[in-house]
Design a protein around this ligand. Structure first.
Ligand SMILES: *Cc1c(COP(=O)(O)O)cnc(C)c1O
Length: 381
């Protein structure tokens, strides 16, 4: 009997439950570098860089949640994203959203280009601009939706059609909505990447990343890259993410409700000029997000009236932490200009609207009334 989504969060997949033989309810941490074989050709596992039971349990759980054929767990989101671009070769072109996680922009500009990839940044919310960027060398389209930090929404199905028409892969960073709200593979994506550090692990306590693949062949290719370059997730960290995923649905449900409450309240605050939240009907990406996702998630950005107000809020929050990162139980407020997006070229930042008045909020699972009061007192000063 196939498990439904929330059951998969708790138990993984039916065939893998109780893999360890003693029927421990919490999956064990196989803290071993290597595994013995009984005779030549008889060994279930080999060496933990290559394969490990705790990591495999996690990988199968994440593949099941995303509707993928396979998933590979890496030591960080960036290690996962870097592994994906090892699928390409010099001369290949990648078309990507211009409003990306800062570390991904840094990867493209500092590593991928040096390795001979042509990287073309476009406003992927406009499918015509993606189509216009396609050349005979296009091998991948890389998108984030909603994007970081401007919450721009890109049409996944339309990009999948464009990619496949060009013989290219569609890669979607699904960190922001998590598989609870959005599953790009059934919509046509070939690869989904995650910073597992965020909602999947969910407690601001570990770094991890995933590549989920639509086919077994792509999974084998990513496994070969992971095993060769060595950025695989350690057994203990795999266990932490497995534990985090047990409450993924519960957390996302609460976080989504609280984010909408805060977005609506911030819109009414006199110091707030604009709120960017995909769950607000006036958001330009609202309709597309409704078509391809079942929720708007817990990330929102807002623009205040001045740099002074921005700095006052960052200094004045008490329940909320002024910290980089997102997706955990604790609510975090980030200053994209100097934190997550400082590596994005200034000209691009300005065009995207990432400036001194923009703040980004990752809503956690605290009582939303405490969060609202905290933001209001910090805005008031
Ligand atoms: C954090 C993040 C990453 C990078 O993941 P790490 O786990 O920090 O390496 C990639 N994409 C998005 C959208 C992120 O938020």
């Amino acid at each position: 009997m196939p498990y439904r989504f929330d059951t998969k969060c708790v138990h993984g997949t039916p065939d893998r439950a109780y893999r360890d033989g003693v029927r421990s309810v919490s999956f064990p941490i196989y803290q071993s570098a290597t595994f013995a074989h009984t005779e030549v050709g008889h060994g279930q596992f080999n060496y933990t860089r290559q394969d490990n039971p705790t990591r495999l349990q996690l990988e199968e759980t994440v593949a099941a949640l995303e509707g993928g054929a396979d998933a590979v767990a890496f030591a960080s989101g960036m290690a996962a994203i870097a592994a994906v671009f090892e699928l390409l070769k010099p001369g290949d072109q990648v078309i990507c959203s211009e409003d990306l996680y800062g570390g991904t922009t840094r990867l493209f500009n500092n590593i991928s280009k040096k390795n001979g990839l042509q990287v073309t940044f476009v406003d992927s919310t406009d499918t015509d601009l993606v189509r216009a960027a396609i050349t005979p060398a296009t091998r991948a389209i890389y998108i984030e939706t909603p994007s970081n930090p401007m919450m721009n929404v890109t049409d996944i199905r339309a990009c999948a059609e464009l990619a496949h028409g060009a013989g290219a892969l569609l890669i979607v960073d699904n960190t922001f909505l998590s598989p609870v709200f959005q599953q790009p593979i059934p919509l046509g994506a070939d690869l989904v990447v995650h910073s597992g550090t965020k909602y999947l692990a969910g407690h601001n306590d570990t770094i991890s990343g995933f590549v989920v693949t639509a086919t077994r062949e792509l999974g084998d290719a990513i496994r070969l890259i992971g095993k060769t370059t060595g950025g695989m997730l350690a057994p203990f960290d795999s266990w932490l993410v497995l534990r985090g995923i047990k409450t993924l649905s519960l957390r996302m449900e609460r976080i989504g409700q609280s984010a909408l409450t805060l977005a609506e309240a911030l819109q009414k605050n006199p110091h707030v000029k604009q709120v960017y939240y995909v769950g607000l009907p006036e958001h330009p990406g609202y309709a597309v997000n409704r078509r391809q996702a079942t929720g708007a998630g817990g990330m929102l950005s807002f623009r205040v009236d001045s740099r002074e107000t921005a700095e006052r809020v960052l200094k004045g929050v008490r329940v909320i932490a002024f910290a980089e990162s997102l997706g955990g139980t604790e609510t975090l407020l980030t200053y994209p200009l100097t934190q997550t997006h400082d590596v994005v070229p200034a000209e691009m930042r300005e065009r995207l609207g990432i400036n001194e008045t923009l703040l980004r909020l990752s809503v956690g699972v605290e009582d939303v009334r405490d969060l609202l009061e905290d933001l209001e007192q910090a805005l008031e000063g």
